[in-house]
Design a protein around this ligand. Structure first.
Ligand SMILES: Nc1ncnc2c1ncn2[C@@H]1O[C@H](COP(=O)(O)OP(=O)(O)OP(=O)(O)O)[C@@H](O)[C@H]1O
Length: 708
């Protein structure tokens, strides 16, 4: 529409003749006399307003959807998820069997009580039954009140008429009762005789007794005890949904919350209810997610039961509100689908855990790296262990594992690792070994590229990336999954920290396409322990319970908290294993499948069997000493040299060990060896930080003179 001014309507034609409705005028006068204003039958409220057209029409005409658009329209799920999803189906079956077992067990345990009740009520039931049959046969009860009334009124004629009527009824009923008694008696004799096997006698007798007991018991005293205590669920309704959202204070009028046609019907979804709503203009789903506590308050439910979500690939004002029947932390997860059998593929997704609605959540390894960050006890190690367990079930995957906490969470993976690529301990030796592993991975990054390119040119892949065909063809190009638990111990190490971080950054950047996947776990989430170079290049990032949004943004990326990632709500202990994951599909809250030590040991044993019982040895680079190496690259007549030059020389001479080394990392490494470094080293007129040969020689002499 254009912004041309609306032309005001011309003045009314004063001279135009008017027809006055006298009846209306009289009614108006009467109303005015009572202080009321009579409404004109055609006032502005009752006339449908004509749209005022301002300027040219620019809106396109409404268009009918063509066939392909009609076919593209999404429909809701036709069958319940538990019918279509094998995992959920198995879970449903398991729950049905468990429930049946529970009921049968409980009733068996209570059977003596039931026997007592049957013995007590069956005779009463028999007496009541006989009384009822006799009452019916003699037709005494039918018109008893009428006869009594005739007797009270001293009306013998009516009484006699009624009694004759009764006798007429009774005359044929005695025949029916007689025949029934004869049949029942014969049936009883046949049942009692040897003609009837015991397996017929017992159930018929039991059923008869139970039937009589049921007939004889008072109505409020059931024979069977109640074994089901139905949990009280809060059914989500449109009114409740609106009430909850209104409680966030983001929406002014409840009617502005719209349930979109076609998808807005509130329905059962897993163990809870799902409502999809469109929020009014100016409110987006993330705003509601941020106010989850207020929302839960409005719904009068614990926060743990209320899961508002942004809907991926929908407009930002569309909100999915899922309300669980019970607190999600108290729900039992379905078992991990690979627990009892099956294999995985490094290049394909596998099940990692389950979301609040107990839907499986996948994990993917190829062309990415993983980070698990969270408070101590939040479940980092166990969550990462699920990923590792998944990879144990791909026979092509090579492992390297360093547990710098030394608690033994990863011990089961030792048989899957080559001899130099497993370590568990909070000591210097394990840290050094982890550092060596990084050096090996750097070397792998250098050698893998050309090999992969060679196979790609032979037609095994259309891109210069590792794929399964190449990995299966060349044993030197197996995918590598290298895990470091408590990686902050390595990154903050005064000697090898900087160079480790630089190596990790390089591996993460270069190794992705080469089939190298680092799995890093850390409980310290700050800039020193998680340098941006490392985190920002990791795709799969899972943030478990953390105290504030600062850690969330550091672990998941700036702005993640604002976009609705709220691992701050998870409580260490109750919610251990729950985390928010980004990097593969939309951001998701998921709890890793719970695999205890025994389960992990069994899975690793399966992994070893898949690999033919051994882990292939690898060609590790030799451990290097930085001072010796500096001496080796020192040019004879130099008094001092800058870090930049020394770094380049080291990388040229020992690429396996130093190709990722930065001048800063080198300076930190040397300083860590207690060597005096200088800010002002003058070389060819340029003054920059570096090292003097005298200081290096002195440090080497001191080291050699110190006994080990
Ligand atoms: N997926 C899960 N399901 C249920 N419980 C879990 C899950 N993950 C972890 N837990 C529980 O949390 C406890 C702590 O887990 P874990 O050792 O992985 O924590 P962490 O964050 O690695 O701790 P730390 O930093 O001290 O190593 C486990 O012993 C287990 O009881």
């Amino acid at each position: 529409m254009t912004s041309e001014p609306i032309t005001p309507a011309g003045p009314p034609d004063e001279k135009a003749a008017r027809i006055v409705d006298l009846a209306q005028r009289r009614a108006d006068r009467a109303a005015a006399a009572q202080g009321l204003s009579a409404a004109d039958a055609a006032d502005a409220e009752t006339v449908a307003p004509e749209p005022v057209l301002v300027g040219e029409v620019v809106d396109p005409p409404d268009r009918r959807p063509d066939l392909s658009e009609l076919l593209d329209r999404r429909g809701g799920p036709v069958l319940p998820l538990w019918l279509t999803d094998p995992g959920q189906r198995r879970d449903m079956l398991r729950r049905a069997v468990n429930s049946a077992g529970y009921h049968v067990g409980t009733h068996l345990a209570l059977s003596p009580v039931y026997a007592g009740k049957v013995a007590w009520y069956a005779p009463k039931g028999a007496a009541r039954l006989v009384g009822q049959v006799l009452g019916w046969t003699s037709a005494e009860t039918g018109n008893w009140h009428l006869r009594q009334d005739a007797a009270n009124r001293n009306d013998p004629k009516t009484w006699l008429d009624l009694d004759r009527h009764r006798m007429r009824q009774a005359s044929w009923r005695w025949w029916v009762t007689g025949a029934g008694t004869l049949t029942a008696g014969t049936g009883g004799l046949v049942l009692a005789s040897d003609l009837t096997p015991w397996w017929v006698k017992v159930p018929v007798l039991a059923a008869g007794l139970v039937g009589l007991a049921r007939h004889g018991r008072p109505l409020d005293k059931p024979i069977l005890a109640r074994t089901v205590v139905r949990p009280v669920y809060r059914k989500l309704t449109a009114e409740l949904t609106r009430k909850g959202i209104m409680a966030t204070g983001l929406v002014k009028r409840p009617e502005d919350i719209v349930f979109p046609a076609g998808v807005g019907e509130i329905r059962r979804d897993g163990p809870g209810y799902l409502a999809i709503v469109d929020l009014p203009d100016g409110v987006i789903a993330v705003d509601v997610v941020e106010k989850r506590e207020l929302l839960a308050g409005g719904l009068r439910l614990p926060v743990d039961q209320v899961w508002p979500e942004v809907m991926p690939r929908e407009h930002p004002s569309r909100l999915a509100l899922w309300v669980a029947d019970r607190p999600v932390s108290a729900m039992k997860q379905p078992p991990w689908p690979l627990l009892r059998g099956g294999q995985t593929d490094y290049f394909k997704p596998f099940v990692y855990g389950f979301d609040p609605r107990m839907r499986p959540v996948d994990y993917r390894m190829d062309e990415r790296n993983s980070l698990f960050a969270g408070f101590p006890g939040s479940g980092k190690s166990l969550s990462a262990r699920v990923v590792m367990a998944g990879m144990a079930l791909d026979p092509l995957v090579q492992f390297a594992v360093f547990d710098l906490a030394g608690r033994g969470d990863f011990d089961a993976f030792e048989p899957l690792c080559p001899p130099d690529l497993f370590g568990s301990g909070a000591d210097e030796g394990t840290k050094q070994a982890a550092y060596q592993m990084l050096m090996w991975l750097l070397k792998e990054c250098d050698v893998r590229g050309p090999r992969i390119k060679h196979y790609a040119t032979q037609g095994l892949n259309s891109e210069n990336k590792l794929n399964r065909a190449i990995a299966a063809k060349d044993a030197r190009l197996r995918p590598v999954v290298a895990a470091i638990d408590e990686v902050q111990e390595l990154i903050t190490d005064p000697e090898i920290g900087k160079s480790s971080a630089a190596a990790m950054t390089s591996i993460i950047k270069r190794g992705r396409a080469l089939g190298i996947h680092l799995v890093l776990m850390t409980q310290r989430i700050d800039k020193e322990s998680l340098p941006k170079g490392v985190t920002s290049n990791i795709a799969n990032r899972t943030c478990l319970a953390v105290p504030s949004h600062v850690e969330v943004d550091l672990a998941l990326g700036t702005g993640a908290y604002r976009q609705g990632a709220q691992p701050t709500r998870f409580e260490v202990g109750v919610d251990s294993g729950w985390g928010v994951r980004v990097g593969y599909g939309p951001m998701v809250s998921a709890r890793a499948a719970y695999l205890d030590r025994a389960a992990i040991e069994k899975i690793c044993a399966r992994g070893v069997a898949l690999r033919g019982g051994t882990a292939a040895a690898v060609d590790m680079p030799t451990a290097r000493d930085i001072l010796d190496d500096l001496r080796a690259v020192w040019v004879a007549d130099e008094r001092g040299q800058h870090w930049e030059v020394l770094t380049t020389r080291l990388a040229d001479r020992f690429p396996d060990a130093y190709s990722s080394l930065t001048p800063d990392a080198l300076s930190a490494l040397v300083r860590g060896k207690k060597v005096e470094c200088s800010r002002q080293v003058k070389v060819k007129g340029a003054n920059r930080s570096g090292l003097y040969l005298d200081n290096l020689t002195k440090a080497l002499a001191e080291r050699d003179s110190t006994p080990d």
